[in-house]
Design a protein around this ligand. Sequence first.
Ligand code: ATP
Ligand code: LTN
Length: 334
Amino acid sequence: MFQDKKVLFSGMQATGNLTLGNYLGALKNWVKLSDEYECFYCVVDEHSITVRQDPATLRKRARALLTLYIAAGLDPEKNCIYYQSHVSAHAELAWILNCYTYMGELSRMTQFKDKSAKHADNINAGLFTYPVLMAADILLFQTDVVPVGIDQKQHLEITRDIAQRFNSIYGDTFTIPEPYIGKAGAKIMSLQNPEKKMSKSDENPNGSIYLMDDKDTVIRKCKRAVTDSEGNICYRDEQPGVKNLIDIYCACTGMTPSEVEREFDGKGYGELKMAVGEAVAAQLTPLQTEAARLEKDKAYIDSVIKNNAEKASYFANRTLRKVQRKIGFPDRIR
Ligand code: ATP
Ligand code: LTN
């Protein structure tokens, strides 16, 4: 679709306050890759309503999330940053792809199993077909690469399967996307339960570091992080709390786990926790300052929203029209 650059697509839900996991697992890599690719970064508000949302809160969070993409360093002149709900091709392609996706494959999705256990009173059809909408997001832009945290790998696999199935019936239609999962930070765990992923919808706020937490809060949460009674700073599965702290430190500083082990050789957990807190705060402070500045510039953010929705619609519609033609929908009369 683009002359010389490959295409990158990714998105996040506006379901809560972003955590350090979202930043280190996804957003930070988006910024790193943004020069190399033609990029589309979406606020996937249609995915958000698979879980009940308060309308005013959703609207506010969606805007805060879009602003945060820019604050993190994504230039909206070069990267297409937009709301999923402003580009109707997402929902239209999702409907079509629903008819090329099997109930059996959707029922194997671990995110569906987790979320339906968590929201047992609202297991809606949208929660079940969530991965189909995600496949539509990605395939609309003929995406080559999708930077995500490791928890989304299964959704990338089903996207590839749906695309390959469609291509084998109708001939070459979709580019087959690859996941991009960064080395450091692909799965940040809860500070209170290192067996569980850090998540923005966690009930315990001490388990997650939020991107808007101030330095004192970050340091306090790190100090309280659950570790073990071994007393050695080693990067190994048997010490999941310490391993997670080392992972966070690596993702913030660019160091490798063995370099961190050497730096803290003979030192105690207190020192590691303090250093992690400082390293995290150093990442978050500039982001917070820039987000606060941008939030005040309403006209600028509004113009980004308008212009980028038009740009995204243009490219998305090209793929949608191609798909509609291939499956035999009647031509539009001009
Ligand atoms: P929710 O708690 O509402 O399910 P979430 O915190 O898991 O949300 P998503 O919006 O589902 O966040 O994910 C946005 C991006 O952040 C995805 O690419 C996901 O893989 C990544 N991500 C989420 N949590 C983590 C984590 N703990 N470590 C690394 N990456 C993560
Ligand atoms: N399911 C993703 C959010 C998401 C996404 C996408 C990520 C929706 N559509 C397309 C990458 C590409 C999640 O993070 N929970």
